[in-house]
Design a protein around this ligand. Structure first.
Ligand code: DGT
Ligand code: CA
Ligand code: ZN
Length: 573
């Protein structure tokens, strides 16, 4: 198990303890431990004194961490799961409801699932509870409605490492000839319903046996000759669907199960023009009765006289209607030269400027920009103008000390609820990069919140807008913002729009990116908004999302060498 997975088990444990009404100090100890594990700069297994070495990890939590490292589980967690009503943890998926509130609902009103909660809200019993009230009651009802619209899809960032572990295990099986991810996971969609894999094997039984006997399996949904479905738990639960096919059918199966469904429909129509029949079993020539097989997906597309389409493009969003020369030459991970939005200990990050710069060097970046929060964001210890001056001195020192990377000094400045900016132009002028973003009053009406962002873009010192729609996947709807007006004004003012690569955000999302580029000519920046060096890894999700939005290297300023980047962010008007 990697650190993120261990941390996720610890957080889960803390959540369930809180649901159970356990001592808050104990609960906090587990949350602290989870943070320490996640932020640890060395792998846990290499800590000589054990997990106790981590800041804030005591004897009790260390023992639990050891247990998770050794067995992949926590007995305490399993006991709590047994003890609590089955539907209770699910309530945490409702926006605005934390474990503490849920404990009160459970304890006082006997609420154990979404239906009972809904009833309690409708009977106005919830508003009577301590710390609840009428407004919270209404928010819970909104939350329930939203929750029902998004049934159980996992974040890509959670599903991907699980699939990678399974992939590696299957690769180690001598009976497996080839194995690949398929489905929405291979297409790198922001959320996935399940993890699809396709395996080429002559011995499906042996592979099926390997799959159902994995220690993380909590339920075998189906075990057949051609398909195995299991529910697994890696700190969170996800269904895994594995297709078992004969080696010569691997590519047609992989192509079919990669989807999307809509793309497949178009492929089937295309094949029909050549007189071929496509099904989930393969591609056939009805005249000769022959089955068509391939060694690589490229051959399949070539046979249909189509350019190769990478999985990220297979959504029937125009890819089938483009001639070869018009398919985008998609952004590649190697094109990315530096991250322009990150936090340090100056605000709410966990590392110093130098530590962030060193981590970026290890990744081969040419530059980074430090963009801590601004003064009004008190919860994140935002910086004053004076702090910024002192931070600039630290950035200068780091630039002197480190060879091979340039650290820029920037800010992530709050756009205040009334549309004013958190700093005067005189302060902004001194900074290399000014990012503006919203961190409060999310629920303003469309006109007000749109105007708020437009104001920021119209300021010549503001270079970028971070996470422009404010959504949190599965947790918070986007602001009521008019995205087309944002795109239009971004193009007019030369303001760069961010694709925030945080796995909970991925904001702007794929369809926004494509429209903003094609219809408005917007330029983008892809940033991780890292609060620790580890979070630089999220760039992978950002690049995948950009590819799903048809972005090319020339659409993204992080691909520019430093001198050209500087030219580009100096707004010309
Ligand atoms: P998901 O699981 O909702 O995140 O999205 P997918 O795309 O992974 O969907 P899934 O797991 O139901 O099916 C995997 C692929 O199998 C899908 O992308 C295309 C193919 N497929 C499944 N059902 C059908 C179907 O009824 N027709 C066609 N043409 N393809 C299908
Ligand atoms: Ca799927
Ligand atoms: Zn940020």
């Amino acid at each position: 198990m990697n650190a993120a997975q261990i941390a996720s088990v610890l957080n889960r444990l803390a959540d369930l303890m809180e649901l159970n009404g356990d001592n808050p100090f104990k609960v906090n100890a587990y949350r602290r431990a989870a943070r320490a594990v996640e932020n640890s700069r060395v792998p846990l297994s290499s800590l000589e004194g054990g997990p106790e070495q981590l800041p804030g990890v005591g004897k009790g939590t260390a023992a639990v961490i050891r247990e998770i490292m050794e067995t992949g589980r926590s007995k305490q967690l399993e006991e709590l799961k047994e003890k609590l009503p089955e539907g209770l943890p699910e309530l945490m998926s409702i926006q605005g409801l934390g474990p503490k509130s849920i404990h009160i609902l459970y304890n006082r009103l006997g609420v154990t699932d979404v239906e009972e909660l809904e009833q309690a809200v409708k009977d106005h019993r919830v508003r009577e509870l301590p710390g609840f009230g009428e407004k919270k009651e209404k928010n819970i009802l909104d939350g329930i409605r939203q929750y029902r619209q998004q049934p159980g899809r996992s974040l890509l960032v959670h599903a991907l490492p699980v699939a990678e572990i399974l992939l590696r295990r299957l690769q180690d099986n001598a009976d497996v000839q080839r194995v690949e991810m398929a489905g929405s996971l291979r297409r790198m969609k922001e959320t996935v319903k399940d993890a699809d894999l396709v395996v080429a094997t002559e011995d499906p039984e042996s592979v099926a046996e390997q799959l159902v006997s994995m220690p993380e399996v909590i339920q075998v949904i189906n075990q057949g000759e051609t398909k195995v479905s299991v529910l697994v738990s890696f700190g969170f639960e996800i269904q895994v669907d594995v297709r078992l096919v004969a080696p010569d059918r691997f590519i047609t199966a992989l192509h079919h199960f990669t989807g999307s469904k809509e793309h497949n429909v178009r492929i089937r129509q295309r094949a029909k023009e050549f007189g071929w029949k496509v099904s989930e079993y393969g591609i056939f020539d009805p005249e000769s009765g022959r089955e068509l097989t391939f060694n690589e997906e490229e051959e399949l597309y070539r046979m249909l006289h189509l350019p190769y389409m990478v999985p990220e493009l297979r959504e029937d969003r125009g890819e089938m209607d483009r001639q070869k020369e018009n398919l985008p030459d998609l952004l590649e991970p190697e094109d990315y030269r530096g991250d322009l939005h990150m936090h340090t200990r100056w605000s709410d990050g966990t590392a110093s400027v130098k530590e962030m710069a060193e981590a970026a060097m290890k990744r081969g970046y040419e530059y980074i920009c430090i963009t801590d929060h601004s003064q009004s964001l008190k919860v994140a210890s935002g910086l004053t103008a004076d702090d910024l001056k002192r931070q600039r001195e630290e950035v200068d020192r780091v630039n002197d000390e480190l060879e091979g990377i340039t650290v820029l000094a920037g800010i992530e400045m709050d756009i205040l609820p009334d549309g004013r900016l958190d700093f005067s132009d005189e302060v902004l002028e001194e900074l290399d990069v000014v990012i503006a973003s919203i961190h409060s009053s999310f629920k303003q009406d469309r006109e007000t919140i749109t105007r708020r962002i437009l104001n920021a873009m119209e300021n010549p010192h503001v270079h970028m807008i971070a996470h422009p729609t404010g959504r949190l996947i599965n947790r918070r709807d986007p602001y009521a913002v008019d995205v087309d007006r944002i795109f239009e004004t971004a193009a007019q003012t030369g303001t760069v729009l961010e694709l925030n690569a945080n796995p909970n955000r991925l904001d702007l999302k794929d369809t926004h990116l494509k429209r903003a580029k094609e219809e408005f000519g917007v330029t983008f920046t892809i940033n991780t908004d890292a609060h620790s060096p580890e979070a630089f890894n999220f760039v992978r999700l950002g690049i995948a999302t950009a590819r799903r939005g048809w972005l090319e290297s020339s659409d993204v300023i992080n691909t520019l060498p430093l001198h050209r980047l500087k030219e580009r962010i100096g707004k010309a008007r």
